[in-house]
Design a protein around this ligand. Structure first.
Ligand code: PLP
Length: 426
């Protein structure tokens, strides 16, 4: 089979006509399919339903320390829940702060507090002329939205196959006092699915920031979310920081949004004692305490970090066929034509897809017109601006496999059409 680059104008025109016919037939079916957001399917949410039976009106709602979980207090979370997540993240339980139902909310709070109150006594960012964040791209749109809301200038950092371009990161961080943070999704990154290499994690731990209020926003949302039989492994950044004496550099975040319930899970942060003291001083004004009944339910249900890992195997069984369906469709329909690049992650929720330069928006348009919603094209870049108009985030978890296969069929036709149009107009 010839690639598009090898076809002459006549061959491309014939290809375009034939793809367009199929696309129009698809459009006529009036489908409504959604491949846009990285959400657990309802079958995945069903996996945790037994958790609700861990509490009832006739069971005592007491924590391991004998505290009544129904009342106020225990700002940092109940001991057994902190222990559970300390095991998952490989930190001391004293370094864990359990939040509400959303880690994004905790990230937002950290930025909002830094803006209005400063970090450990530093000048509040809102009083500075310029605050910049480094944003590995493609990345998570909601990270970028927080920066945009607060007027923080975002600097694109290219992602390599082993993590962000660390030469660039080191240069910006060490030379520029206005650089106050970097967004990182170190394991099964959103959307590339890559995991940072040991070398990259070590270089993060060894950063020497010009700004003393610089923090690495280590969003470990997918720390136990393996998909294949060959899971990735992420070095523990806090252990590397300890070797460098740089533990204060990192705020780590995670949640059970994609372990238990995505609207009613548990969010958490891990940070050094000094950072924790600073964060808890602020949080203690914000709330009298978190939802301890939910913490109790989660801990009674999962029991141990092994319990969480076993539970994630059930998710894996549901998600794996969906990732495989995507790879099969892309490998069959697009790879031989030389018009697509895509990642092959071992876990997480996404596949990052690159069209030929200048084609991604057109693919989004074609899919939308025929009833398949994709993540907004451009959303994986700060300000929604993908400089090369190439990147599309594929989120396979939510739709049932049959719907996903249908959506992918249309997606592939749309990529072929947009690519033909590009070659024909060249
Ligand atoms: C990298 C990343 N962080 C955070 C979140 C949201 O987490 P939470 O539900 O805990 O707010 C998501 C959800 O897609 C995500 O992909």
């Amino acid at each position: 089979m010839k690639t598009y680059a090898q076809m002459n104008a006549q061959e491309l025109e014939a290809e375009y006509q034939s793809v367009q016919l199929k696309y129009n037939a698809f459009k006529a079916r009036g489908l409504s399919l959604d491949m846009s957001r990285g959400k657990p399917s309802s079958a995945q949410l069903d996996l945790s339903m037994d958790m609700l039976d861990t509490i009832s009106s006739d069971r005592k709602l007491r924590t391991s320390a004998g505290m009544d979980a129904r009342g106020y207090g225990q700002l940092d979370g109940i001991p057994e829940t902190r222990q559970l997540f300390a095991e998952i993240l490989g930190v001391d339980p004293d370094w864990i702060l359990i939040g509400g139902n959303s880690s994004l909310n905790m990230m937002f709070d950290c930025i909002s507090w830094a803006e209005s109150l400063g970090v450990m006594g530093s000048t509040p960012w809102a009083k500075l002329d310029k605050v910049k964040f480094l944003c590995p791209v493609p990345g998570y749109d909601r990270h970028f939205a927080i920066c945009e809301l607060f007027g923080i200038e975002m600097v694109n950092i290219p992602m390599n196959s082993d993590g962000p371009d660390m030469d660039l990161v080191e240069q910006y961080v060490s030379q520029n006092e206005s650089v106050k943070g970097i967004w990182c999704v170190p394991m099964y990154s959103n959307p590339t699915g890559i995991t940072y290499s040991d070398e990259v994690v070590r270089r993060f731990a060894a950063l020497k920031p010009a700004a003393k209020d610089f923090r690495i926003y280590w969003d470990n949302a997918y720390c136990v979310h393996h998909v294949t039989d060959t899971p990735d492994r992420l070095l523990n950044i806090f252990e590397e920081c300890r070797k460098q004496g740089s533990e204060d550099l990192v705020y780590e975040f995670s949640s059970t949004s994609k372990i238990s319930f995505s609207g009613a899970g548990i969010a958490l942060m891990a940070a050094s004692e000094r950072n924790m003291a600073d964060l808890k001083a602020k949080r203690s004004i914000q709330t009298i305490g978190p939802n301890k009944i939910n913490q109790l339910m989660h801990t009674r249900y999962f029991r141990s970090s092994q319990g969480i890992l076993d539970h994630m195997e059930k998710h894996r069984a549901l998600i794996k066929p969906k990732f495989e369906a995507v790879f099969q469709a892309l490998d069959r329909e697009l790879a031989p034509l030389g018009i697509a690049e895509y990642t092959h992650p071992n876990g997480g929720y996404f596949i990052s897809f690159n069209t030929l330069p200048g084609c991604a928006k057109r693919v989004g348009e074609l899919c939308g017109e025929a009833g398949v919603v994709l993540t907004a094209v451009g959303a994986t870049y700060p300000y929604g601006k993908d400089p090369e108009d190439r990147n599309i985030r594929i989120a396979p978890t939510f739709p049932p496999v049959e719907e996903l296969e249908l959506a992918l069929e249309l997606f592939c036709l749309s990529v072929r059409m947009a690519s033909c149009e590009k070659f024909l107009s060249a």
